[in-house]
Design a protein around this ligand. Structure first.
Ligand SMILES: Cc1cc2nc3c(=O)[nH]c(=O)nc-3n(C[C@H](O)[C@H](O)[C@H](O)COP(=O)(O)O)c2cc1C
Ligand code: SF4
Ligand code: SF4
Length: 268
């Protein structure tokens, strides 16, 4: 089977998922690559899209061992018709738990057939220089692995006579998926250190849920914030922080306990 067009469909607040998907498509050597970035609020109202004849590579970050809920809502606007897909979850070196299985099930419900899948590691959203976790990842080794995975997908597709269940993958995970009690995170949100802020507005432009308003001051809708840390990592003045006792406790705990390097795993 020869498919020359690849669509990269991703939600990627801090950019690591986007980077890995591009590495995979480099290895696939597609003739044409289309990027469908679902990160910003404009992606809430896409025209419903049927994707039939391309290979779609879906990528999402892992939040609490599962697929980010914002990503799920945006992905569900796409429909396939036994369209071949590759599913990728990106996690911060702790664990991806049931996220790959959840993305597999979700994309199948949407009409796609995942023929390959992977869990890659990216710098943890909560990490910084003081509490590092996978800082700088995906690094050169990860990008090489992404490229090799892309070549393997290309080879698998060449050998496939048709898209059917014999091409499907079976990712690991629990049924039912493990539910984490996220109540401790509900009261947490990014805030602004007024003394450092120059009201440049960058934080508002990268917020996936439109939670930030910059006028005479920066205000944040704490009920909307999904703690993605895009604003924190994009503020060049160090004025955006997620800084409350519970947030610090969680960030310090993951940084302390999950330093051993985890390498990408692929299913093909
Ligand atoms: C709210 C939240 C929950 C997270 N939960 C996990 C987790 O359960 N396991 C893990 O290893 N990383 C976790 N992460 C880290 C992200 O999965 C990781 O940093 C990913 O690379 C971010 O992708 P992006 O750069 O495309 O936004 C979490 C991040 C956030 C913001
Ligand atoms: S990006 Fe930083 S400096 Fe700019 S408005 Fe936001 S908080 Fe202020
Ligand atoms: S305000 Fe919350 S949701 Fe918006 S970019 Fe910052 S951390 Fe992410």
């Amino acid at each position: 089977m020869n498919i020359d067009t690849v669509k990269l469909v991703y939600f990627s607040p801090t950019g690591t998922t986007r980077k890995i998907l591009n590495g995979i498509s480099d290895g696939f050597c597609a003739g044409s690559i289309e990027q469908i970035d679902l990160t910003l609020p404009t992606a809430d109202t896409l025209a419903p899209a049927d994707i039939q004849k391309e290979l779609v590579i879906f990528g999402v970050p892992v939040y609490e061992g599962r697929v980010s809920k914002t990503a799920i809502a945006r992905l569900q606007q796409f429909k396939g018709n036994k369209t071949p897909a590759v599913i990728v979850v990106m996690y911060g070196n702790r664990d991806y738990e049931d996220a790959l299985l959840e993305l597999n099930d979700l994309t199948r419900e949407m009409g796609f057939l995942p023929i390959a899948g992977a869990a890659f590691v990216g710098e943890h959203s909560f990490a910084n220089a003081n509490r590092p976790l996978a800082n700088g990842r995906p690094d050169a080794k990860d990008m090489q692995a992404a490229k090799e995975f892309g070549s393997k997908i290309q080879a698998k597709m060449k050998d496939m006579a048709a898209i059917d269940e014999s091409c499907a993958i079976t990712p690991p995970g629990n049924i039912p998926y493990i539910e984490h009690d996220g109540t401790h995170m509900k009261t947490m949100a990014a805030t602004t250190l007024v003394e450092n802020c120059i009201l440049c507005g960058s934080c508002a432009t990268v917020c996936p849920v439109g939670a930030i308003c910059v006028e005479d001051a920066v205000t944040t809708d704490i009920t909307a914030c999904i703690l993605c840390n895009a604003c924190v990592k994009n503020c060049l003045n160090g004025a955006r922080v997620v800084d409350d006792p519970m947030a610090n406790k969680i960030a310090n705990w993951v940084s302390r306990n999950f330093q051993a390097r985890r390498d990408p795993v692929t299913f093909i």
